[in-house]
Ligand binder design. Sequence first.
Ligand SMILES: [Mg+2]
Length: 399
Amino acid sequence: MTGVTSNHNKKIIFDMDGVITSEECYWDAASLTVWELLYSKRYLGLKPEPALPPFRTDVNPAEIASIREVIFQEGKVISFIKERAVNSNWDLAFLTFGYQLVLLLEILDKKNVAKDDWFKSKKCLESKHLPELSLLILSLPGRWMPSFAAILGDWPGKSRGQKLMQKLSLRLPGMYGSLAKNSFKPLSPLWKTTRDIFQEWYLGEKKFKEAYHREPAAPGKKGLIFNEKPLLPPEKIKDTLMQLLNEGWLLGIATGRPLNELYPLLESMHIVKLFDCSSIVTADDVQKAEQFLKTEKQAAAFSLGKPHPFSFLKAYWGKEIPEKELLSPRGMRPQPGKCLVVGDSPADLLAAREAGFRFVGVSSGHRGNDGRNILEDSGAQVVLPDITHIPRYLAGRPS
Ligand SMILES: [Mg+2]
């Protein structure tokens, strides 16, 4: 066990988005993804309502803002989903689109206009089926329109994280229910399409081709990554991290971002060298570990993303520790008092709690009081306005 014993005595592991980097561009990408799935002719091809522009790939910043306002209901949908410990913004987009799909299937069921043979021949909905589904929408009396506020109800009950998608499919009867259940599984074909569309919006055509070595489904996207802005002034972030290093803490990262979406930002803030490279865990490490589980046949489709504690445990023990040890039923618990996890979401809090880490929340990830309320409602004991308050908090001084 080389990680903690040889490398460090004390470690702070940071979530990134809402803590050091901003999540704004990801939320723009998520709203554009839902908009594309609903209104592009390649998918459902609905006629847009007056508040939304018709689908195209060269949208301007004002249009992006208005699409996000409508689809996420001025941020209420983002808070609603994040409060329920959904960490990945791919899942945020999938759940938001999936909810509209369920509303549509409910109407088709009630109006009894669905062609049963068409549904019976499908085990699982894929993107190529969406244009066919849109023909069924045309047979509905009146014009069917998405209802973006409808997701803000009490349908999730106590479900959290990935269980929300399963919960959604339970709303549908019979064959619609089993079709939705298969379509909403983690890593389903429709989830993968949603992720790909999201990545096209976020990276833009050129970077998408570089990252995935293939053409995007819809060419002409510029890339929201070029609009990324730091959450706080970079010099304040750097000063804070330097203070913590000087006080003997090693610094790590556990983020849902892939490595190629993390490093350019850390480099632009001149903070990449402040982190211990063996303690930086990204979406790539999580995917690699999920692949390991698959080959070990430990689970068919199992997510190790937050709120699973895997990424915090890996950042704590160091990347050289084999997955097998980290994921063993005995688990590798952190040494008491030696580690702190800093995050802005209930998914971070649940993951930290599950693995036995001390958790400090920051409310900088959301507008107004939302960040504090979301964390305190989930049981966070300590919520600071942002990371610059951490050195004072650790020194036992009021912030
Ligand atoms: Mg976050």
